[in-house]
Design a binder for this molecule. Structure first.
Ligand code: ARG
Length: 685
């Protein structure tokens, strides 16, 4: 058998074995305990399954490397340093990521149990709702047992699990570990550590988990001048704002950029039309408030009047030569649009710096020259194009059009100049683009071309944060009843009206002051639009429905905002002041007596893990799900545990300060999540 055939055989057999093991595992779980198979459990299992599959790929690659190195023993992989473990509880800070700590503990255990395995898989996951399976699980034993079998070592997962257990160092995070089923390690978290962490958060607030600081460019919103900012831009705006907030919370250096469509041939016809309609435009500001209509008129003329078309082209030439009159006209048009966009940003609490395509005007010829000199451009019917992979032109992806046949530049050219600027001048380290899924390929090609040209190097890459289209309740493209595209400002107005009716329907107008009512109305209206957008996996299309987003039951902003105000009011209605609460709590501390209190405490502790996950994959629905989970687990706690006991007449007879404090920390965590999601909270609603 050739070396190649051996490799293939080894891989196939390993892949088969691992697949068998995964299947056996699923089978065993489903047979072992039927209560295990609630929907969330299945989700979790398939999640684990995915992780195992990923490990498999990693392992296969490792085997690959090993077998290809087998003739060169000097090329052995250097062993990594073992992670250092926390042994002293007093050194633990409130921002600790529990799951990472557990990973460290088990990495030490696994590597000392199996020193001959390179990079053994350390798989730690949450155990799900059944307390019988511990709080977390280490599921490495199955995969390790397969690895050993491939090396002809006779063993089974349970034996491996026991070996790992024997080598697990003691840790202040872990109360005990049990080997269960075919080889799971069930981990029970130490109560003392949860108390310690929550105490530290009460003392110094919620601190971000520690990460290496990076300069991150977030390209979002990016509407086009003279055109309506549409619901697609709304999604980009909402998602981009939250991603920026999240990364800022992690103390990254975030640059929020609005890549406005503010340059290009359409300005020729706009300026030509402006010259005809408002020849006085240099002296007085023309009433082109409805720029949209103005744009339509000029487009119509452009398509039907030959003379106008010619003049429009001349206007582009003049503009691009920076002729002052034309620049004045262009600025005027941009300004009208910008003011409109800014009104939307103000309403939605969005902060962004305008840096439109025009900014790159001077930089475009430079990048074109660089590409020409590098021999990356090809001629194609008068245009100059760039392929991402000239040896594989049939990969289904089109080339970038770098120079048009008339010598002009395109969206592609400006994006090439943009990435070059962001790498070389902005010194960015992460490049995030929040743009609709329709442009996914554009960014794949852009990344590859920028890499080919040496603009993007090493692990610098374009991170495309795509999202699906907004649909109406009829599951068709979101339109008004009359079939027009929806004006964003009108959509937000409708949100305000709807949220007010909802509040009135619940009689809130009789309880709140006019000022409070207005605050609640805005928080609910904008909050529900944002939350509905972000609580779904962004890659999917999403159905815009005010009825659904304003439902006060289920996973909606309204429900969660209500939940938060209710939690905040618990201490207030018990007539316990913040000072009193702090003083009494100082005496009691946290007492996790009831299972429901304990469960809530552990959910709160997952915050750093969630934040780090979202900062990595930029899927905000994970944060929304977490927020919803906090509120569900809180409700469970509140139903089961008295915080305040009252007699028949409503007089407070007993206050449980530990529980009241748990309410306070819960509210603090929820507020932090809302803040990252860009959703305003209110004291009363
Ligand atoms: N203005 C573009 C549009 O409306 C989005 C720009 C996204 N950013 C970028 N660097 N291409 O589709």
């Amino acid at each position: 058998m050739s070396e190649e055939e051996k490799k293939v055989e080894l891989r196939t057999s390993l892949a088969e074995k691992a697949a068998d093991a995964i299947e056996a595992e699923l089978d065993m779980i489903s047979k072992g305990d039927l209560s295990y198979i609630g929907d969330p459990e299945l989700d979790k299992l398939s999640n684990q399954n995915e992780k195992l599959k990923h490990r498999l790929v990693v392992l296969e690659n490792a085997i690959d490397t090993e077998s290809s190195c087998s003739n060169a023993p000097s090329a052995k992989v250097k062993p990594k340093n073992l992670p250092s473990l926390i042994t002293d509880i007093s050194s633990v800070e409130g921002n600790i990521c529990l799951v990472d700590e557990l990973k460290n503990v088990f990495e030490v255990a696994i590597r000392s149990a199996y020193p001959n395995l390179d990079d053994p898989p350390v798989v730690i996951s949450l155990s799900g709702s059944n307390p019988k399976f511990g709080d977390y699980q280490c599921n490495s034993a199955m995969a390790i047992s397969q690895l050993l079998k491939a090396k002809n070592v006779k063993t089974n997962p349970r034996e491996v699990a026991n070996n790992i257990l024997n080598k697990t160092p003691s840790s202040p995070f872990i109360e005990r570990i049990e080997v269960a089923g075919a080889g799971f390690l069930n981990i029970y978290i130490n109560k003392a550590i949860v108390e310690h962490i929550l105490n530290s958060i009460l003392r110094s607030g919620i601190k971000p988990p520690k990460v290496k600081r990076q300069r991150v460019i977030v390209d979002f919103s990016a509407p086009n001048i003279a055109k309506e900012m549409h619901v697609g831009h709304l999604r980009s705006t909402i998602i981009g704002e939250s991603i920026s907030r999240l990364l800022e919370f992690l103390e990254h250096d975030v640059v929020r950029l609005n890549h406005l469509g503010d340059w290009g041939t359409q300005f020729g016809m706009l300026i030509a039309h402006l010259q005809d309609k408002f020849p006085d435009f240099k002296k007085t500001s023309p009433p082109i408030a409805d720029l949209q209509a103005f744009y339509k008129e000029s487009k119509k003329r452009f398509d039907s009047e030959e003379d106008f078309k010619k003049r429009a082209y001349q206007c582009v030439v003049q503009l691009q030569a920076f002729h002052p009159d034309y620049i004045t006209a262009w600025k005027l048009i941009c300004e009208v649009s910008r003011q409109e966009f800014q009104r939307i940003y103000d309403r939605l609490d969005v902060t962004i710096i305008d840096r439109g395509e025009s900014f790159y005007h001077d930089r475009m010829p430079k990048v074109v020259k660089q590409l020409k000199d590098g021999g990356f451009l090809e001629e194609d019917n008068g245009r100059l194009i760039m392929w991402m992979d000239p040896d594989n032109k049939k990969n289904g992806l089109i080339p970038l059009t770098v120079v048009k046949s008339d010598g002009g530049f395109t969206y592609d050219t400006s994006d090439l100049a943009t990435i070059k600027h962001r790498v070389e001048e902005e010194k960015g380290e992460r490049f995030i683009y929040v743009v609709d899924n329709g442009q996914a390929n554009h960014f794949v090609i852009l990344d590859a071309c920028a890499r080919r040209a040496g603009i993007l190097k090493g692990d610098h890459k374009i991170e495309f944060v795509g999202f699906g289209v907004v649909l109406g309740e009829d599951k068709k493209k979101f339109k008004t009843r009359s079939g027009d595209t929806i004006k964003l400002s009108e959509l937000l107005d409708e949100g305000l009206n709807r949220s007010l009716s909802k509040l009135i329907e619940k009689g809130r107008d009789k309880i709140l002051t006019p000022e409070e009512l207005k605050q609640a109305q805005e928080a609910v209206a904008y909050g529900c639009i944002k939350y509905a957008d972000m609580s779904h996996n962004r890659l999917n299309d999403y159905v815009f429905s005010f009825d659904k987003m304003l439902d006060d039951k289920g996973n909606t902003a309204v429900y969660l905002l209500y939940a938060l105000t209710r939690i905040r009011s618990i201490a207030r209605t018990a007539q316990v002041s913040q000072e009193q609460l702090k003083a009494e709590f100082a005496k009691t501390g946290f007492q996790f007596e009831h299972e429901a209190e304990w469960k809530l405490g552990k959910v709160l502790l997952r915050f750093p893990e969630i934040i780090l996950k979202v900062a990595n994959d930029l899927f905000l629905h994970t944060l929304c799900e977490y927020l919803y989970e906090i509120s569900s687990v809180f409700t469970e706690f509140y139903d089961k545990c008295y915080c305040v006991e009252k007699d028949k007449d409503g007089n407070v007879i007993k206050v449980n300060y530990s529980r009241l404090m748990l309410c306070e920390v819960t509210a603090t965590f929820m507020e932090k999540c809302f803040d990252i999601l860009g959703i305003r909270t209110v004291a009363k609603m």
